[in-house]
Design a protein around this ligand. Sequence first.
Ligand SMILES: Cc1cc2nc3c(=O)[nH]c(=O)nc-3n(C[C@H](O)[C@H](O)[C@H](O)COP(=O)(O)OP(=O)(O)OC[C@H]3O[C@@H](n4cnc5c(N)ncnc54)[C@H](O)[C@@H]3O)c2cc1C
Length: 383
Amino acid sequence: MDFSLTEKQKMIKKITREFAEEYIAPVAQESDQKSELDPTVLEKMKELKYFGSCIPEEYGGAGLHNDTISFAIITEEIGRVDASWAITTGVHASVCAYPIYRFGTEEQKQKFLIDLAKGIKIGAFCLTEANAGSDAGGVQLTAEKDGDEYILNGSKIFATNGGISKTLLVVAKTGEKDKRKELTVFIVDTDTPGYSVGVKEDKLGVRASNTSELVFQDVRVPEENILGGLGSGFRIGLQILDYGRISIASQCVGLGQACLEKAIKYANEREQFGQKISRFQGIQWKIADMTTDIESARLLTYRAAWMCDQGMDYGLSGSMAKLVASEAAMKAAHQAVQIHGGYGTMKAYAVERYFRDAKMGEIYEGTSEIQRLVIANHMLRKK
Ligand SMILES: Cc1cc2nc3c(=O)[nH]c(=O)nc-3n(C[C@H](O)[C@H](O)[C@H](O)COP(=O)(O)OP(=O)(O)OC[C@H]3O[C@@H](n4cnc5c(N)ncnc54)[C@H](O)[C@@H]3O)c2cc1C
């Protein structure tokens, strides 16, 4: 078993770290306070192909579609500096662009994927509704067939990138079969009449990322925009989320790492009782636990990414990675604030933002409870 990164992966890690520190770090606090992404960072990200990291070069991407570990490393390094950017690029790449590459027709790839991979258009994945959160079966947004088009009516909430996207993957109800709801994923161009952006959420963490309500009123979508076949929404929706969870896990590993690094730096500088606080065993044990939790999360995340690249079923591994990484980041953020004492609660210290950002990882793309449900279901069904 070889745990080392390849030379290419090491290089991707180094380049992404340098980029994140040079361009994202200086504006991260301000972006959080303004609840807005920085446009200069966006342009630089397009240039470096971060929006198309997991898309082949022939469709305008960076060609890492068979190297999910590299995709994880990129998201981790961005998450280490700013979780808002990690969720923005992560959602765009993992649950919008990549599914079009994986399940789309050649025509859909030409029409939608190239602009997404180049970052010319931003993408979103829209599943959640007011009555459909953890339970995707609650989807009420309907798509009714009319000739060779479908008419979408309803609304989605909490869509990451929703207000800044040009291309959406929308999960809609297309009928019922054997008393079960039939769901279908549609690719929707946001220039289509009847579509509008509703409330932009003002939230606890990842504040710079855009989270919006989306409204569909008689939005006509051509039949050829169905992704993966009519009625395949449940099946491909779950597969889309499996891949997305590797991205969220990576974001959380990066955020946990940032908490650890800030905590170590502060503990080695701050003096109380005539010595550095890092000399106290009470602080040392916190550092030890943070380090161990984050490294465990990183290993699970890279393993899920590796299994994906081997063509193995990585649903269970992805859920375990997402669960462990999001909880490790939350614990690390908690301890990082604690180690900073009162200063850790002040906006001037990055750990205050990390603490708010970390909570988000335990909620989106399936809460911790839902990950436990997925893991238990896998285990209990196992022969
Ligand atoms: C910042 C942000 C960005 C998001 N981005 C997107 C996005 O891009 N696209 C998208 O579609 N959605 C997105 N979401 C929605 C997110 O995926 C949901 O919020 C999440 O799945 C939980 O759904 P809910 O909020 O309706 O909570 P609920 O499902 O109502 O859950 C409430 C509580 O009950 C628990 N619970 C529910 N069912 C069970 C069960 N069976 N067993 C045990 N406990 C249970 C939950 O774990 C939770 O603790 C985003 C959310 C946030 C906060």
